[in-house]
Design a protein around this ligand. Structure first.
Ligand code: NOJ
Length: 559
């Protein structure tokens, strides 16, 4: 079967707000992106995913959309976006847009209309419920963002009812039971495709369908998430029966269009339920990304976890499903800080993590800054933080008697701001991101970690990532090979082959800060030559006992 364009793609997520500011207002913008397209081309990127670019009051940095069909003026104009799109296409780079279909901003015109009266034509676009007899919330569901009293329901004076918001108070959930809303969304999505974009990243797409009847959750509140008895129960709105009918209709009306690529954010998706969303015959989504490796709060990745997760997803791949390989995005920590070593072995461990993502089956997505090994940040004051998963929980902890230093230490480690500090272009003022005052402080390590430095160095994360993307272009086994793991009991070493009709690749990686012994199993015969390695005099696959240096990795091809 002929391959779809996205199967060979190298993805790159741009968080525009923090990428490159061209006009000195401290906020990244589209003209900034335009000026950096050649850098993305050099890196080997073939598909950009833009985090939301639309008009938005920025309660959640654009995931609160106030107008799905207009560009946020801080980022530029529709003409800028068209210019960017055409230029990207001329350079062989596709562009997909983030689509937030679960909720809008409360400042969206639909919501403003909806709250006006029960017979307003937009009333049903959102989920309204009366108060209980005592005036309290319709049920005990808690919101993910922990704003206000912690409930997922917000009383609206104008409407005289509560509305549901799984996320922030300013992010009311859209009502997918309403056909008029669906039609409105199909029109909007089709207009974007007509405009020339190549597809969509679909925000929390598994959460569009809510549990019918809105029953109380019977789960116990998680100790730290609980507030006033409200329970964050993901099952009430995730993978709820009926979700597939919604996505199939989206596919019939929009996603099924030729060459349109969809990538679903797979909250609550695992290898067991993923096939229903992504097998081609289901006619729902083209791909999905899961959270089994890249969990913001998860511990450091282990070799065993990596093998288990990759093996279980490989089965989905064998069935014909496509999934995304990534370790970080705008919602996570910086991968080299969370899973690698951001001090002594920063470059080498960043190269190793990249190797794992670019040599396993699926579509690799790089998150901006990952390709230069950007690291987590630690600000001294909560006032320097922006992310609602950081600020809300911080004040909730203070309310619960924690002292400020403990609360800050707790929320800083997993803050999404770790990934959102401005891109580090060079060692000059504000890391070359802006001439003005950046909307979020620059990471203090910018003098050491920046693109200019990486380009000047022979051995850098950027130079290595270029070689990874070249491997994908030049070696068919990277895209189509089966994966089999060797040395499956090893606590530190990850070793696997990728085999297709034309070639066999073998990948070795030491996921630890220690030197470890390595011996190729006797079952593996024949000579290998090295395609890429991150340690100069590294292992040679001699079959003898060898030593792998800390964070050493290498990619070999069978001769
Ligand atoms: C997932 C997005 O990636 C995240 O940034 C956002 O806060 C939530 N969905 C809500 O839209």
């Amino acid at each position: 079967m002929e391959k779809k364009w996205w199967q060979t793609a190298v993805g790159y997520e741009i968080y525009c707000k923090s990428f490159c500011d061209s006009d000195g207002d401290g906020i990244g913008d589209l003209r900034g992106v335009i000026s950096k397209l050649p850098m993305l081309k050099d890196l080997g990127v073939t598909c950009i995913w833009f985090a939301p670019l639309y008009v938005s009051p920025q309660a959640d940095n654009g995931y609160d959309v106030a107008d799905y069909e207009a560009i946020n003026p801080d980022y530029g104009t529709m003409e800028d976006f068209k210019e960017l799109l055409d230029l990207a296409h001329s350079m062989g780079i596709r562009v997909i847009m983030d689509m937030v279909l679960n909720h809008s901003s409360d400042e969206h015109r639909w919501f403003q209309e909806s709250r006006k009266s029960k017979d307003n034509p937009y009333r049903d676009y959102y989920i309204w419920r009366p108060a209980k007899a005592d005036g309290s919330e319709p049920n005990n569901w808690g919101s993910y963002f922990r704003e206000g009293n912690g409930s997922a329901w917000q009383w609206d004076e104008v409407a005289g009812e509560y509305y549901l918001h799984q996320y922030g108070i300013k992010m009311p959930d859209l009502n997918w039971e309403c056909q008029a809303l669906r039609e409105e969304i199909y029109g909007m999505l089709n207009r974007w495709l007509d405009f020339g974009i190549d597809g969509f990243r679909l925000d929390v797409i598994t959460r569009l369908k809510k549990m019918p009847g809105f029953p109380d959750s019977t789960k116990k509140p998680e100790p730290k998430l609980d507030r006033n008895g409200f329970v964050v129960d993901r099952d009430m709105c995730t993978n709820v029966e009926g979700i597939h009918q919604i996505i199939r209709e989206l596919n019939r009306r929009v996603f099924g269009r030729e060459d349109c690529f969809t990538m679903g954010e797979g909250a609550g998706v695992n290898p067991t339920n993923a096939p229903d969303y992504i097998l081609p015959e289901r006619q729902e989504l083209d791909s999905i990304y899961h959270f089994q490796l890249a969990s913001r709060k998860g511990p450091r990745l282990t070799a065993e976890q990596f093998r288990t997760v990759q093996k279980s997803w490989a089965k989905v791949g064998e069935m014909g499903g496509t999934y995304i390989q990534y370790l970080s995005n705008h919602d996570s920590q910086r991968q080299v800080s969370q899973h690698g070593s951001d001090k002594a072995y920063r470059t080498r461990s960043a190269q190793l993590l990249g190797t794992l993502m670019h040599t396993t089956p699926g579509i690799p997505f790089i998150y901006q800054g990952e390709e230069i090994g950007m690291v987590n940040v630690r600000f001294d004051s909560i006032d320097d933080y922006n992310c609602c998963y950081t600020v809300g929980p911080y004040y909730a902890m203070l309310d619960n008697g924690f002292d400020p230093a403990t609360a800050l230490a707790d929320v800083a480690q997993t803050s999404r701001d770790n990934a959102r500090t401005p891109y580090q272009w060079n060692a000059q003022k504000n890391a070359g991101f802006t001439d003005g005052k950046p909307w979020l402080k620059v990471n203090p390590r910018y003098e050491e970690i920046n693109l200019e430095a990486d380009l000047a160095a022979e051995d850098s994360v950027f130079r290595y990532y270029q070689k990874l993307t070249a491997l994908r272009r030049e070696h068919p086994a990277i895209v189509e090979g089966n994966i089999s793991f060797l040395l499956e009991e090893d606590p530190n070493v990850i070793c696997y082959t990728r085999v297709c009709e034309k070639e066999t690749l073998l990948i070795v990686a030491n996921l630890s800060e220690e030197e470890v012994a390595f011996k190729l199993p006797e079952s593996v015969k024949g000579g290998f030559s090295c395609l890429l390695r991150n340690v100069k005099e590294g292992i040679g696959l001699t079959g003898e006992n060898e030593l792998l240096a800390p964070w050493e990795c290498a990619v070999f091809v069978a001769e």
